[in-house]
Ligand binder design. Structure first.
Ligand SMILES: *[C@@H]1O[C@H](CO)[C@@H](O)[C@H](O)[C@H]1NC(C)=O
Ligand SMILES: *[C@@H]1O[C@H](CO)[C@@H](O)[C@H](O)[C@H]1NC(C)=O
Ligand SMILES: *[C@@H]1O[C@H](CO)[C@@H](O)[C@H](O)[C@H]1NC(C)=O
Length: 506
């Protein structure tokens, strides 16, 4: 126990000093911020003169508009409250062109969370050679679409339909990024693949440049936030900013100590997770687990009553296990204020690499001893409730602070910005591409899709620039960081072996 405390002191000393600089201190104006969405706007202090001037402006504008002197679109820059401007009748839907590029230039004094450092690692492949047109074209055979940003406009050339609405909501997210930082994104051209599993290593003669949601050690792909941050229509999972708030609220309802002292998992075992079901055992005590199969067919019919993620934070321990590749469930599980039992994944998404075993989660090696490892983890946590709570707290703080929507957008901004710096050609709009904007996507949409798009729409430009991207790891620091992570995982295995040996000798 003494040794454990020593290890934790080291872990959390390190964490508190590193996350301090990452925390959000840029906007002193906590009040008056739009909590539902994005970054706080510049604080507007209403003064009598200000109010008068605004009143006069509207008055004059009203006269001009009603008499048809000027086109109403000039004023749409200040009418962001009206989220979507859809045409009516059989008029063709147009894109609004009213992003005021000015007044977003206040530099940010925030340093981005440390996981942003991995942007440099992902792009390292092309650091010397740059990215040529050929490298982009080579990625075409597996891409779902090509995205071109030119003078702040978005063009898309579609190649293959994606699974469900992944491609739509990914594109929607990119459009919202442009609404948040109008005029700030550089011209670029990229290929995007919406599948689960990476293809593996690219050919030797310069790997193709491809964006996707996850990668593994062998693949040279550029990871990008997945569609679920703007909503997953088919499973009724709401946009992240809204759902995160609900989970945080829900967490307050049951204190950690009052939660069910077992490990919880609910999901679909048929996507490469059948091994986990063996840990159900004949009763809950056998492996200390509560495992449930999610029947999506039934959930769809009954209106997703069983699958409300904000109500799934009922246990002290929650299991994360990847499917065919990374799983979008990761952020919902880590946000729960439960200690996450993290079956060490092969694939990573954009934020996973910033997390550390025993600090953000309890590492579990995925092997044929994993049921015993789960059982041990739960027993350990119930014996060391303070430390288990600390891990729970650290992971949910990480998700709440460092994975809030502001930073998801900032990550997208920086990965696109750094990528564009490597391009060795001038992006052009291919003949088969169409222009895309929020109106052309959302206005024809109906039902849940329309709702999620409206709910996740960026209502106004950011008040400041994106956070500042941290410099790359120097190679020795990176090596130490990786070693430290594997050391801590080994440490947990050692505790388990020791405990089993003691039990044997008794
Ligand atoms: C938990 O505590 C019990 C009782 O002190 C002990 O028998 C058991 O080995 C402990 N287990 C772990 C994993 O710490
Ligand atoms: C959890 O973290 C919050 C925010 O950092 C802190 O205020 C709280 O005291 C922590 N709780 C525990 C049990 O560590
Ligand atoms: C990892 O463990 C080894 C041996 O147990 C130790 O020598 C090394 O300093 C540790 N490295 C880190 C980064 O903690």
């Amino acid at each position: 126990m003494k040794m454990e405390n020593e290890i934790f002191r080291k872990i959390f000393w390190w964490s508190s000093s590193s996350s301090g600089s990452d925390s959000d201190s840029g906007s002193a104006s906590g009040s008056g911020t739009n909590r539902k969405c994005c970054r706080p706007m510049e604080k507007i202090v209403p003064t009598t003169t200000g109010v008068l001037v605004i009143f006069l402006l509207f008055f004059v504008a009203g006269i001009c508009l009603s008499s048809g002197w000027i086109d109403s679109s000039i004023f749409s820059g200040i009418s962001y409250q009206k989220p979507l401007r859809c045409t009516t009748g059989n008029q063709i839907q147009t894109c609004s062109r009213d992003y005021p590029a000015a007044n977003i230039n206040r530099p940010s004094n925030l340093i981005c969370p440390s996981y942003f450092k991995w942007i440099h690692e992902d792009l390292k492949t092309w650091k010397e050679t740059g990215i040529t047109k050929e490298m982009v074209e080579k990625a075409k055979k597996t891409a779902n679409f090509r995205l071109v940003i030119l003078n702040g406009k978005v063009y898309v050339e579609k190649y293959r339909p994606s699974f469900q609405t992944r491609d739509k909501f990914t594109l929607w997210g990119i459009l919202q990024l442009l609404r948040l930082y109008p005029g700030k994104l550089p011209d670029l051209e990229l290929m995007f693949n919406c599948d689960d599993t990476p293809r593996g290593r690219g050919p030797k003669e310069g790997p193709p440049a491809l964006f996707r949601y996850c990668a593994d050690q062998g693949s040279k792909e550029i990871v990008f936030p997945d569609w679920s941050f703007w909503g997953w229509v088919e499973t009724n999972i709401k946009p992240w900013s809204q759902l995160l708030e609900e989970i945080v609220e829900g967490n307050k309802r049951t204190k950690w100590k009052d939660r069910v002292p077992f490990a919880y998992w609910r999901g679909n075992p048929d996507v490469g997770r059948k091994d986990l079901m063996a840990c159900r055992g004949s009763n809950e005590k056998e492996w200390n687990t509560h495992l449930y199969v999610q029947d999506w067919g039934k959930e769809t019919r009954t209106g997703f009553k069983q699958s409300n993620l904000a109500e799934q934070c009922t246990h002290r321990y929650k299991i994360y296990i990847e499917g065919w590749a990374w799983s979008v469930s990761e952020k919902y599980i880590l946000a729960c204020d439960s200690m996450t039992l993290f079956l060490m994944p092969r694939y990573y998404d954009f934020f996973t690499r910033g997390m550390v075993p025993l600090q953000h989660y309890w590492p579990i090696i995925r092997d044929n001893n994993q049921c015993a490892s789960l059982k041990f983890a739960v027993e350990w946590g119930n014996n060391h409730t303070d430390l288990a709570q600390k891990i729970a707290n650290t992971s949910s703080n990480f998700i709440r602070e460092e994975l809030k929507m502001d930073y998801v957008y900032d990550y997208m901004f920086h990965v696109l910005n750094e990528y564009s710096k490597l391009l060795r050609f001038k992006p052009t709009v291919p003949p088969g591409a169409v222009e895309l904007c929020s109106e052309t996507m959302a206005c024809p949409a109906t039902g849940v899709m329309r709702k999620f798009m409206e709910d996740s729409m960026v209502k106004s430009p950011s008040g400041s620039s994106p956070c500042n991207i941290p410099p790359p790891y120097d190679p020795s620091t990176l090596e130490e960081f990786i070693k430290k992570k594997s050391n801590l995982t080994r440490q947990v295995q050692m505790w388990q072996h020791e405990s089993q040996n003691i039990n044997k000798t008794q």
